[in-house]
Ligand binder design. Structure first.
Ligand SMILES: C[S@@+](CC[C@H](N)C(=O)[O-])C[C@H]1O[C@@H](n2cnc3c(N)ncnc32)[C@H](O)[C@@H]1O
Length: 280
């Protein structure tokens, strides 16, 4: 396990993933009924953007750095920026919350969270960060075990963020299998599966597998910051959203082109949104 998210925190992929994640939480919270948030590859709660790792790559500059000071953000992104800003009360950007913190800040009394992180150091930090919050459980274990261990949940409503580091070549296949398992165990589970866009050819099998996996509804959304053939590296990223809450796709129809323009590093930046299964 070499991947450390501290090098990438707040980059274009985090902006895309966290803004959509927070919006999904807000939409699920329109109902008073409780829900359970599962974060299988949680990372840690807070990243120091002036620390050694983030300073070395400077990736956040072209991510949250481009949005943080703007006062003209569309609603969905203003909410996300405020979620970051609350941890930077001086007004200058230094700390960046990871997915567990962003959702923890949004959690209501009736909701709960299950986090897993395999890296011992990050798991220990995560445990100490959420120690005093009984509705947040932190496990140092393989995140792929989460659906089998915890689904179905008593609340009957669950949102699972599946955000692995993709260090292994079979990781996309494993994600498809685990999403299938989650849906078999609890059909209404909402899943957000994040994936990197480096070379699009490598994703073709994944797209096919997701569309043929027998999942009820699958919305594919992608955001690219440069044409995928210009250079290797993270040219963009995607989210496979299983059972996304309405009217997310209507909101994203406006939000994604805006974000693509905001985060483009060469050319115009690109985006797409389509249904791989169960178009409403
Ligand atoms: C992309 S980062 C997570 C970022 C975080 N979800 C966020 O959005 O702020 C992936 C994390 O998964 C952890 N990890 C790697 N393999 C894992 C596994 N099998 N189970 C749980 N965590 C794992 C890594 O240590 C890393 O912290």
């Amino acid at each position: 396990m070499n991947y450390r998210h501290s090098y990438h925190a707040g980059n274009h992929a985090d902006v895309f993933k966290h803004a959509v994640l927070l919006r999904m939480v807000r939409l699920l919270q329109r109902k008073d009924a409780p829900f359970c948030y599962l974060d299988s590859h949680a990372g840690t709660a807070m990243y120091d953007l002036q620390g050694e790792a983030a300073s070395k790559t400077g990736e956040y500059v072209d991510g949250i750095g481009r949005l943080f000071d703007r006062d003209d953000l569309p609603g969905l992104f203003a909410d996300y920026r405020d979620a970051v800003a609350r941890h930077n009360p001086s007004g200058s950007l230094r700390l960046y919350p990871g997915s567990p913190q962003i959702v923890a800040d949004a959690l209501r009394e009736q909701d709960r969270m299950i986090l897993s992180e395999l890296h011992p150091e990050d798991a220990a930090t995560l445990k100490s960060q959420f120690d005093s919050q009984p509705s947040i459980a932190v496990h140092e274990r393989d995140g792929y075990e989460l659906p089998k261990a915890f689904l179905p949940v008593a609340e009957k409503r669950a949102l699972w963020l599946l955000d692995p580091p993709f260090e292994k070549t079979d990781e996309l296949d494993r994600c498809v299998e685990m999403v299938q398992l989650a849906i078999q165990r609890m059909r209404q589970t909402v899943v957000a599966l994040w994936y990197p866009i480096k070379d699009e050819r490598l994703l073709r099998g994944f797209y096919r597998n997701m569309s043929e996996a027998g999942l009820p509804k699958v919305l594919r959304i992608e955001l690219s910051v440069r044409p995928t053939d210009t250079r290797l590296g993270l040219n963009g990223s995607g989210l496979m959203l299983v059972n996304p809450p309405w009217p997310l796709w209507e909101e994203l129809d406006v939000a994604l082109p805006w974000l693509a323009g905001m985060l483009a590093q060469s050319g115009e930046g690109g985006w797409r949104m389509d249904w791989l299964a169960g178009q409403p």
